[in-house]
Write a protein of this length. Structure first.
Length: 105
């Protein structure tokens, strides 16, 4: 698992290299591509209170959020609990789809 907090010239970010995550099979089984855009959508759905205060710069191979260090630290803990748990990923995906949320993956 490669999830990192960065501080570069006063800009704080959190990155996650995607691919090879424990939750990938659950994401794919649900019909989604486990890429950076998918994880951005999952964050926006699962933790909207944090997501609304962040900027995102994700791409296919990487999830990236930019913002306040305390928000990023909270997000790191939350995301780490999902990328390591296929069950948690399945639960969030099911809740998102039931609510009509559409992932942009």
């Amino acid at each position: 698992m490669t999830i990192k907090l960065h501080d570069l010239d006063g800009e704080h970010s959190l990155t996650l290299d995607v691919g090879g995550l424990a939750a990938d099979a659950a994401v794919a089984d649900a019909g989604h591509e486990p890429n950076g855009y998918f994880w951005e959508g999952l964050v926006r759905f699962a933790w909207p209170d944090i997501a609304e205060r962040l900027d995102f710069d994700s791409e296919a191979g990487m999830f990236c959020a930019v913002g306040d260090p305390s928000d990023l630290a909270r997000l790191k803990e939350a995301v780490a609990s999902v990328i390591t748990s296929p069950e948690a990923a399945r639960d969030i995906i099911a809740r998102a789809e039931t609510s009509g949320f559409e992932f942009d993956d």
